[in-house]
Design a protein around this ligand. Sequence first.
Ligand code: PGA
Length: 232
Amino acid sequence: MRRRVFESYELLSAAVAQEVLAQIKHKPDSVLVFPTGNTPLGLFKQLVQAKRLHSADFTYAQFVILDEYADLAPGDPRSLTGWLKRELLEPLNVSLSHIHGFEEGVTKMESAISRLGGIDLAILGLGPNGHLAFNEPGSAFDSRTRRVELTPESITSNAVYWGGEDRVPRHGFTLGLETLAEARSLILMVSGAGKAGILEQTLNGPASPAIPAKSLRILTQAVLFADQAAMG
Ligand code: PGA
């Protein structure tokens, strides 16, 4: 995994936005994966602004959902797909037929990715416990898309989004580590001093499923985009 470090969160967000815009310019029907969470919000703003200024056209792009809570009723406001739609996909005017979620199950998700020709660019966030999407500590590096149980650490970190741990679903769906490793390009986006410890552990020491993000280290198509604060 190569590394690019930026002075501020704004510069980091702008640089990742440039990568996404270059990708759709080069291949308008790119298959893209975006994370939810607080880290990508600056990136989403930049992309929505680029679309408003008519410098970006997402009409032909396809969007594969990275992870989602399980067992939610339709329309549940905690849906991660719903979050991504509100913050990014609706402002970008993406057609529903270009959004590929977990509604039909994990096997159908893997076949949808194959049918689309594979993932061109996946942007990922780093969990405080080293998770990648809902690939929690202990996930095998060759894991595929599946249903998972959330760890107590992820329930705690997700509680800030929904106003308490009791509001966080206990199970989720996630693209697998190997499924992600097959993407043509991967960006791990990390910001803030609060992530410095887990990022240091991700980048150093022996590879181990205890920190799923370590699975990216051997991937030549993966790039870490971090701000100075996250680098410690
Ligand atoms: P965050 O979440 O961007 O809100 O820090 C990252 C993650 O848990 O994957």
